[in-house]
Design a protein around this ligand. Sequence first.
Ligand code: CP
Ligand code: NVA
Length: 317
Amino acid sequence: MSTPLKDLLRTSDLSKSDIQMLLETAGKFAKKPLQAKKTLAKRTVAIYMTKSSTRTRLASESAVAHLGGTPIFMRADDLQIGRGESIADTAKVISGFCSALIVRTFAQSDVDELGKYASIPVINALTDDDHPTQLLADWLTITERFGKSFKNRKFVYVGDGNNVANAWLIMGATMGAHVVVATPQGKWAPKAAVVNQANEIAKKSGGKIEILTDPKSAAKGASAIYTDVWMSMGDSEADRNEKISALTPFSVTRELMNLTAKDSIFMHCLPAHRGEEVAADVIDGEQSVVWRQAFHRRTTIQSLLYHLTRGELKGNK
Ligand code: CP
Ligand code: NVA
């Protein structure tokens, strides 16, 4: 028997059957949040963040509490890591106290290193390159709306080719869906390595990846339009003006939504900037599912903690 998946370091760590199981359990936690309230009884989960968070922090702390455990929230300044203690030593020490570590930081390599040295499950709660827990909430929202068959549906991300765009490509490819990412050409397009990886996954899953530079042709007939902030945490302020003018044609307006399928939804991981990446009448309008996505951050992180700590995910290896 193969060894179970220990960590969720990257969206690409998950197999389609892992995702399906996670979403199914999350659906149950949506209806009955306390149905597994002894899973982490008398245990602790470390949550370490070096970037801001509203949803992921609230969702993670609530998820741990609903599983009967106690979250321990820490910023870099609270730990000796802020004074130069190594990632490896920190990982080993946290493993001696806690049953899992949820981490949000800049470099993906730091999360990978925590995973390498921790004996407990490590969960990526956002890096510069990826946002796997967000995509679980997003795909639960998508399946609630459209069911489990994605045939003849196209799921479109428009805007900055950032961490969320990367995760959108990988998760959609894994699910065997037709996913599109439309960004400006060049600097703010998704990296070739991510696009290649998504294409490799899609080849096996029956999915389809399209990388476009025209938001209108991307939006045509889409079942979902997803966008994210134009300036992510850690982005260089020196790029702001150039980036915003490159991204302005990718703003999700009512006109863009009018090109989509009749039953289409608008998605955003939040936080949002109305008047920049999305118009207020879109995000606050009838097609918007952003509050459902935010709600499912807790149900999916709860499901992830439940299955990871029980060694029930298979992974892709
Ligand atoms: N969507 C998301 O990750 O939100 P926070 O940055 O508030 O956690
Ligand atoms: N791309 C954004 C997502 C925030 C949830 C960022 O990294 O800041």
